[in-house]
Design a binder for this molecule. Structure first.
Ligand code: ATP
Length: 350
């Protein structure tokens, strides 16, 4: 055996007791939401310094994109808004997808939990969506084989299916969850979804204490809107994950609330759960700050700054559940800045 074992977790960057974190504001409402994060971190005294990188959505050759990768590799952790890719050319990959692929962030975790004080279509939901984050339908391998015929490749590998299933069962075990459901369309995509399903069945055998079942994606969508409480932890390929996450966010109050976490073996990126740009509402002081604030809380948790994370969570809880400062997406009339002022000034953050 080697004397020095290969280090599997790269330590996060820390200078003088403070963490350095890469901040990618992205387009649309991203920059204003990041300002709210900075404001709250300042008041909460969170020991984090941001390295801000703006990626130009119009440029095909973006130096900033390379800086972003270097910066995340150095810091280990990033917070991001949705980065637009303005080019229509098939050769230009979505920067969001490229970032996840480059850093091998193979799993996305969305905790869909009903939020007190937010009007929603379904109550008491508590579901974990674990999504394969780097391949499947997002392989972005499309071509026109002959004029008028386009082919698109969906790539499923045993190694990534194994990693994501293992992540889900380990998550369930550590967090006292009882059931894992694999979502698929293996009746039609027998090879690709078949491999994903078979791999999760294989991993499930290593966790006899956790129930495992599977469901076809179409039925899953119907069950989600009618009987969502049957789900506990769900695993699925990339595109189904995007759709299911959006359905669930819609059920508990929309795009402005939940955060999503992207993990690989070495790096982590935190962002709003539905990955929206929100171009139509940018600069209007109406965007709901919660999704990005929750992403920032996840990030503080990840860095081990639990007290600061809890301080911000408590302030959010008081502002929303007790004082009902809801933005228009939640049926309220508060401006983003009203919610933020209330959260920061009257709830003990300063
Ligand atoms: P784009 O043109 O980039 O697709 P958009 O504003 O048309 O932007 P999405 O970014 O796809 O739409 O967002 C979907 C919906 O969710 C929009 O109605 C958007 O306003 C809403 N939304 C997303 N994030 C928030 C937020 N933080 N607060 C309020 N509404 C939000």
């Amino acid at each position: 055996t080697p004397l020095i074992k290969k280090q599997s977790v790269i330590p996060v960057a820390m200078y003088g007791g403070r963490n350095a974190v890469t901040m990618l504001p992205g387009g649309g409402i991203g920059p204003e939401l990041m300002e709210y994060v900075r404001e709250v971190f300042k008041y909460a005294g969170a020991p984090v310094d941001f390295e801000v990188i703006n990626i130009d959505p119009h440029s095909e050759e973006s130096n900033e994109f390379d800086y972003a990768i270097t910066s995340i590799r150095r810091n280990g952790v990033a917070i991001k808004g949705n980065i637009e890719t303005k080019s229509e050319s098939a050769g230009v990959l979505s920067r969001n997808v490229a970032l996840r692929n480059e850093l091998d962030l193979y799993v996305n975790v969305l905790h869909c939990k009903s939020f007190p004080g937010i009007p929603a279509r379904q109550k008491d939901i508590d579901i974990i969506v674990i999504r394969q984050n780097t391949e499947g339908e997002y392989a972005m391998l499309e071509h026109e084989s002959v004029h008028g015929v386009v082919e698109s490749m969906k790539v499923v590998t045993e190694s990534n299916s194994d990693r994501v299933a293992r992540y889900a069962f380990e998550f369930a075990k550590k967090n006292g969850r009882k059931k894992v459901t694999t979502i698929h369309k293996a009746n039609i995509m027998k090879l690709s979804d078949g491999l994903f399903l078979e791999t999760s069945r294989k991993i499930a055998k290593e966790y006899p204490e956790i129930e495992h079942n599977d469901m076809i994606i179409d039925n899953c969508c119907m069950q989600l809107v009618s009987k969502p409480h049957q789900f506990d932890v769900m695993i699925m390929t990339n595109l189904y994950g995007s759709i299911v996450s959006n359905v669930l966010c819609g059920l508990i109050g929309g795009a402005g609330i939940l955060s999503g976490r992207n993990y690989g073996d070495h790096y982590a990126i935190f962002e709003p759960g539905t990955r929206n740009t929100g171009t139509a509402i940018a600069g209007k002081n109406v965007a709901n700050p919660l999704a990005m604030l929750h992403a920032s809380v996840d990030m503080l948790d990840h860095l081990g700054h639990k007290p600061h994370a809890n301080l911000i969570l408590d302030a959010i809880h008081k502002t929303i559940a007790e004082d009902h400062l809801l933005t228009p997406d939640l049926g309220g009339s508060a401006k983003s800045s009203d919610t933020m002022n209330h959260l920061s000034y009257t709830q003990g953050l300063i």
